[in-house]
Design a protein around this ligand. Sequence first.
Ligand code: ADE
Ligand code: ZN
Length: 323
Amino acid sequence: MAIDLFRLPKAELHLHIEGTLEPETVMELADANGVRLPYPDEDALRAAYSFRDLQEFLDLYYSAMATLLTADDFHLMASRYYATAAAQGVKHAEIFCDPQAHVGRGVRFEEMLAGLTQAVADAERDHGITGGIIACILRDQPVESAHAIYDQVLAHRDSFIGIGLDSAERPFPPELFTDVFTRAGRDGFKRVAHAGEEGPASFIWTALDTLGVDRIDHGVRAAEDEELIGRLAASDIALTVCPLSNVALKGVPDLEHHPLLGLLERGVKVMINSDDPAYFGGYVGDNFLAMRVAGMTDAQAIRLAHNSIAGSFASAERKAALH
Ligand code: ADE
Ligand code: ZN
């Protein structure tokens, strides 16, 4: 009998917490906070969750997050995520947030952080989910803004496990942010970056060589570069692949043609994650189910889940408990 993919212990390492805003939560927060959205109701908003590319998605993603104002709002959003994640077998989650997107519209950094850190603590108490928060730098914002937000992250050192790099990938190569990533490395933060989602495989090389990242987010376009596949397979660098996201944003035509399983068989430490599950048709367990329909075997599912735990920043003891 096939294994229960929801019960397979797994880590979620590529999850934008603002990408968990389901239409009903967006509407609920908009009503509570008096935020006007260009959608009359939940159904109209849901109908807008269909995208031609990354930028079209990001436009909606940033407008929907304008409903988040108070620490309670951030707490509500993240608590709903953790409840769903727990039901899909997530035991450890390293969640992304986009502080510049909140501070830039007048939300205090501490307000955002208070809600998220409370939800992280609650998740461990209520669901046994360990992990923490990775603050992402928006690559389509100026470098000075990246340094300014990094100063705030550093001022709350103990609330973050690392820094990341996200938002519109082209034409913003990783090396634009070398200085801020160098600072983060010196300060002892883990470093990750989106690379090779829409952008070319060369962005994966520069994320590795100039940003010094510990993990690559997406990285699916590594499949186009034989030398890079060899390098990744010989290293401990994991790729946090998000199959439903790649199909939703038209990076790959369909799951049957997704490079995930090919990279796995070549020895690259790929895993399955969900990216922005409210927008792309499902949470991490749903991504596993969809990949099964596309041909993933149970043995491959077990290896992918294992890679998610091995590729996490959890302690050696926690990893041993989850493997
Ligand atoms: N921010 C939220 N989701 C993202 C994605 N898929 N790529 C880049 N930035 C993002
Ligand atoms: Zn992402």
